[in-house]
Design a protein around this ligand. Structure first.
Ligand SMILES: Nc1ncnc2c1ncn2[C@@H]1O[C@H](COP(=O)(O)OP(=O)(O)O)[C@@H](O)[C@H]1O
Ligand SMILES: O=P(O)(O)OC[C@@H](CO)O[C@H]1O[C@H](CO)[C@@H](O)[C@H](O)[C@H]1O
Length: 445
């Protein structure tokens, strides 16, 4: 179930979308333009996203956003409960747009098993407590049975919020809330490795990659791909690239930064401003350093079919990920999977991307240290082939092993286990209560 990403014109269109999605076993939750403004652009993108990405100054704590967020979470709850859900089913709630949903469901159905997965970081309690509605959000989540994140440090951050904001007493990786034990655990998400590997061998993709290589000839191709978002460190990356061209003039005309930015949330002011700033910096670098036969940056602001993405991954000598914060970052894993044939590529990865915790054989950088990004690019450009391949081989084996099915299996199996633990504990409680009643009766007699 989810928002289909579109507002239907009328009921006929709504019905049509409903029928098309039903073929894939999907159920749409339709939202109005007004809902989207307050709930998605407002609370999700102007409160939770900046707070969870440590961008306190970007947060806008508008009461109307909060009201819309509550309303839409309730709306999701109503539609979930309209389905024929039995206590045997397990519900999995995805991401920060639905933090209140576990509690709303629990209030109606105490028998449900609910897992929640947060795809973005969970910040330290000192940041999270800035949200005026932090208690409600935490309580919303604490009605889940299993709360999961991509990487390790998010779990203690969440548990510290339970301790320092709600005054609960977490123990190891769980916290008791009312009479329930809520488990807080970590499941790093992977990608469909086989799909990206297969794409990288397909004729169509290889032909596209050849065209790219011809276009850039012997120049080193540095690739960056991300959604338009200040959390991706796009401006920092551009500054570092400019420093590289300044500090190492011999690299001019020998490298190209191929920067692909996917349109995202462009109705939100901060995103519009960011886009303008990127345009300005790209224009500046190309004008100052470019020559008749060389443009330092190739920049596109659009979405691409997966075959084109795959061709870019194959053609790129270096992939540069500079996220200031990133729950996981799948682009870097897709790049690695696309190198599973010849292991010929280098990944520069921000230490603030969740993926950095798994991919130790990458060149890791602090994206706030422009000089370090610049030196990392220089190092990557001159890295000997043997070292490139050794590092990439190790990264490939990680991405291959911890793929998306592995993630799904672990998360679902754990939720299943939690459900069984809870059933066992409920039955122990029942037995205890029965025994107590007998003892009371005996004593009275
Ligand atoms: N230009 C593009 N066209 C189509 N898909 C893209 C494009 N750029 C990125 N993507 C896809 O978007 C996803 C981005 O995921 P990720 O790196 O985890 O960051 P986020 O989800 O925060 O945007 C990847 O699966 C990637 O293939
Ligand atoms: O709906 P959005 O734009 O908020 O989605 C962003 C989200 C979905 O791709 O991104 C987060 O999830 C990714 C997958 O778990 C993760 O790799 C990334 O770091 C997150 O930003």
């Amino acid at each position: 179930m989810g928002w289909p990403g579109y507002i239907p014109e009328d009921e006929n269109e709504e019905q049509l979308i409903r029928m098309e999605l039903a073929k894939m076993n999907l159920i749409p939750v339709f939202l109005t333009a007004e809902d989207l403004e307050g709930y998605y652009e407002g609370f999700s993108n102007k409160v939770l996203w900046p707070i969870c990405h440590y961008r306190l100054s970007y947060a806008v704590f508008e009461k109307s956003y909060w009201l819309a967020y509550q309303k839409v979470n309730q709306y999701f709850c109503n539609i979930v409960l309209k389905q024929n859900i039995t206590s045997k089913d397990e519900l999995r709630v995805h991401d920060y747009q639905l933090m209140l949903l576990p509690q709303l469901l629990r209030q109606q159905r105490s028998d449900l098993t609910i897992g929640y997965f947060q795809h973005i970081p969970f910040p330290t309690d000192e940041i999270f407590r800035c949200i005026p509605w932090r208690n409600e959000l935490l309580k919303g989540l604490l009605s889940a049975d299993l709360i999961a994140f991509h990487t390790y440090h998010n779990a203690p951050n969440f548990l510290n919020s339970c301790l320092n904001i709600l005054g609960l007493s977490p123990k190891n990786n769980s916290v008791r809330c009312r009479d329930r034990c809520v488990h807080v655990e970590v499941f790093p998400m992977g990608i469909d490795f086989d799909k990206f590997k297969a794409l990288s061998c397909s004729e169509v993709v290889l032909a596209k990659a050849e065209v790219l290589k011809d276009q850039y000839q012997k120049r080193k191709l540095i690739l960056s791909i991300d959604r338009l978002d200040s959390s991706k460190g796009i401006l920092e990356r551009l500054s570092a690239y400019e420093s590289l061209l300044q500090q190492y003039p011999e690299l001019r005309n020998k490298v190209v930064l191929y920067m692909l930015v996917v349109p995202s949330r462009d109705t939100v002011t901060q995103y519009k401003l960011l886009r303008g700033e990127i345009d300005r910096m790209v224009g500046h670098i190309n004008a100052v350093y470019g020559s008749d036969d060389w443009t330092p940056i190739t920049y596109f602001y659009n979405s691409l079919p997966v075959e084109d993405l795959s061709a870019l991954y194959i053609a790129a000598d270096i992939c540069l990920v500079t996220s200031l914060r990133d729950g996981m970052n799948l682009v870097c894993k897709e790049y690695i999977a696309s190198k599973a044939q010849d292991y010929n590529g280098v990944l520069i990865l921000s230490e603030f991307a969740g993926a950095a915790k798994q991919l130790s054989e990458t060149i890791q950088i602090n994206p706030n240290a422009i000089e370090d990004i610049m030196q990392a690019m220089h190092f990557a450009i001159y890295m000997p082939k043997l070292e490139r391949q050794q590092r990439m081989r190790s990264n490939v084996s990680m991405v291959k092993k911890f793929n998306i099915s592995h993630w799904a299996k672990l998360f679902f199996a754990r939720l299943h286990e939690v459900k069984r633990e809870q059933e066992a504990s409920a039955s122990r409680k029942m037995q205890g209560a029965t025994l107590q009643r007998l003892i009371d009766k005996f004593q009275q007699a």
